[in-house]
Design a protein around this ligand. Structure first.
Ligand code: G3H
Ligand code: 13P
Ligand code: ZN
Length: 314
């Protein structure tokens, strides 16, 4: 059975100084691109679904796609994860639907309320053998109502609070704010992560898995292709891959990537439609889009150090 929780993955990632790639899925092509990369690289995998993905595709379609992935790949440990669950009810739905991991993101609530709702999710999920990721501190991007890109540094996770939060909430992993943000516009000046925050939290919570959101690198090759073929993303900037690799060697066990998938597929589709304006068969551009995702993910797995780690994470 390849459907697993994240406990063993994180244990091995911490021990081995690597991180597991958590990739967002919204449709069949994106999922197939990711999975074919993981199969070739023999990597463990976290497939994550946001509320937006669920709204777009519908949970029945997403579950059907994920079920095929799991049944066709018994040698790959695959965790299914709710990304940024906003309420207890959303988390409950995903637990009830058979996901092996959920995130409760109550990071925009005051500290005590974040603990209260996280604890409630933990109690429900643990009783059903499901693990829980929580978040403390604030990232930019999807939490714009709270923090803009330029404010990211002001809302970093405070290490002593992280200890209290983990002890009192009982969460299994913690997403920390360490200078990253969601989307394609993460930095206006030189990209810099707060490695000291990761280091301090790891010192105070030895052996506890940390999660890094907003980890896309916004690869130049895709942004350039998008801009070349009619796009308009002049200021796009992401987290340098050396920084991702460094975090993966530390206590960061799960690295969330969505934007890089979007950029890879969009760049390829733009290129094909621009170069072949008479093309109207979706398979002729979605297929290469899927291939572009596969190549990008293979490269990411290498950056994260999790290539070849599938067997030890089962
Ligand atoms: O963290 C956010 C992910 O990129 C999901 O984004 O809510 O647009 O699906 P979404
Ligand atoms: P990116 O926007 O950097 O890909 O981050 C995705 C993410 O954190 C999903 O939860
Ligand atoms: Zn996120």
């Amino acid at each position: 059975m390849a459907l697993v929780g994240t406990k063993k993955m994180f244990e091995m990632a911490l021990k081995g100084g690597y991180a597991i790639g958590a990739f967002n899925v919204n449709n069949m092509e994106i999922t197939q691109g990711i999975v074919s990369a993981v199969v070739e690289e023999k990597s463990p995998l976290i497939l994550q679904v946001s509320r937006g993905a669920r709204k777009y595709a519908g949970i029945s379609y997403l579950n059907a796609i994920i079920n095929v992935v799991v049944s066709e790949n018994p040698d790959i440990p695959i965790a299914t994860h709710l990304d940024h669950g906003d309420t207890f009810e959303t988390c409950k739905q995903f637990v009830d639907d058979g996901f092996t991991s959920v995130m409760i993101d109550a990071s925009k609530l005051p500290f005590e309320e974040n603990i209260t709702v996280t604890k409630k999710v933990v109690e429900y999920a643990h009783a059903r053998d499901v693990v829980v990721e929580a978040e403390l501190g604030q990232l930019g991007g999807i939490e714009e109502d709270v923090v803009g890109v330029e404010d990211v540094g002001k809302h970093l996770t405070e290490p002593d609070q992280a200890v209290e939060f983990v002890e009192r909430s009982g969460c299994d992993s913690l997403a920390v704010a360490c200078g990253t943000s969601h989307g394609a516009y993460k930095f206006k000046i030189e990209p810099k992560l707060a490695f000291d925050v990761i280091e301090k939290i790891a010192e105070k919570l030895p052996g506890f898995p940390l999660v890094m959101h907003g980890s896309s690198s916004v690869l130049r090759e895709f942004v350039d292709l998008i801009n070349k073929y009619g796009g308009d993303m002049p200021d796009a900037m992401g987290v340098p891959e050396e920084a991702i690799g460094k975090a993966a060697k530390m206590a960061i066990c799960k690295v969330n990537i969505d934007t890089d998938l979007r950029l890879a597929v969009t760049a390829k589709i733009r290129q094909i439609l621009a170069e072949r304006p008479s093309e109207f068969d979706p398979r002729k551009y979605l297929g290469p889009g899927r291939e572009a995702i596969k190549d990008m993910v293979k490269h990411k797995l290498d950056v994260l150090g999790c290539s070849g780690k599938a067997a030890e994470c089962m």
